[in-house]
Design a protein around this ligand. Sequence first.
Ligand SMILES: O=C(O)CCC(=O)C(=O)O
Ligand SMILES: [Fe+2]
Length: 387
Amino acid sequence: MSLEGIVERREGSPAGNGNGPVAKQPAPPARPTYGDRRLRLNPNTEHKPERYDDVQSEYDSAIISYLERHLPPSMLDVSRDAKVEFMKEILSPYLPEGERNRVQRHKEYRKTLMSAYQPLHKELYSLHPSAFFVPSFLKAINDSTEESFRNLLSEPSPGIYTFRMFQPSFCELLLDEVENFEKWVNTVKFKIMRPNTMNKYGAVLDDFGLEAMLNKLIEEFVSPLAKVFFPEVGGSTLDSHHGFVVEYGKDKDVELGFHVDDAEVTLNVCLGKDFFGGDLFFRGIRCDKHVNTEAQPEQEILDYSHVPGQAVLHRGRHRHGARPTTSGHRINMLLWCRSSVFREMKKYQKDFSSWCGECQREKKERHSQSVAATKLAFFKAGGGSNT
Ligand SMILES: O=C(O)CCC(=O)C(=O)O
Ligand SMILES: [Fe+2]
């Protein structure tokens, strides 16, 4: 969806098709008019958009919030409902029919689930930083400087950051809640959607009420890091997410194949419990075109062992997988953080050498070839001789 596109489509929409009289319609209910209805091309960065998490619509609430900054000035002071109605109308042509139906069905699924499931630990459903996070993580985010982040993190391989994040008591509560949710699902025989195409076990946290808490967690605690470490892949403009848990062990998933995430930035935190194996393996960052190319042995190969409470933060395009969990039970929380702005801009780009390891390698190779060709031409022309 292009915002430029939206601007153009809204201009001068005709009342009829120009082929004769327009059939008379019953008068529509009176609607307020808002003067100039054209969107701003550039967002009003001083305007703080409202949150629309509670709005029932086919669109992600983050997109509605994002669009609010583009509203014409006359629309900014109208009621929240009027803004929503206006923005839904603007967005409606941009979802293809199939996608619209899918999104609608998912909204209904989530609504049914949330109205039936009784949360066990209500305190998890809103963000309580001092109860959730370890003091070192809280301090680094509060200080919010690159130096404070660097003091907190380790970077065992370029672009992979690890740090202690959750309190053991928080991990226990979340594990308990997930277990309770799964028990309930089995008792009432509700067929739940699994987190993604590669996992048969696990649950989508957003689907049973944790979406608003996770939104806040990302906004206040992941985005500050993503802005500093991943600006070239939309780390400064994260605006939606997919939050879930994956489960490995006997009678669960065992391992996870080599893949990239449907995310710009991924936060992966181990919640527990006791387990052996399950190491993550990483093999370098790649764009779509280069996703199947070889890893560079020196720089791009890393194995990482999960530790409960500890987070790994990486680009979604950082290729990875998880080795078999050979005993015990491993549960990790994943936040796939996305940026609609980055995705839109990516459509118009071909060179991803600011983050793709293979684009970078090709660029370097082109550069050395051109330096070599220039040198050769220079010597052939007699340059550099002292005759
Ligand atoms: O099992 C893990 O820790 C990795 C999970 C993962 O990469 C994913 O769900 O995308
Ligand atoms: Fe992944």
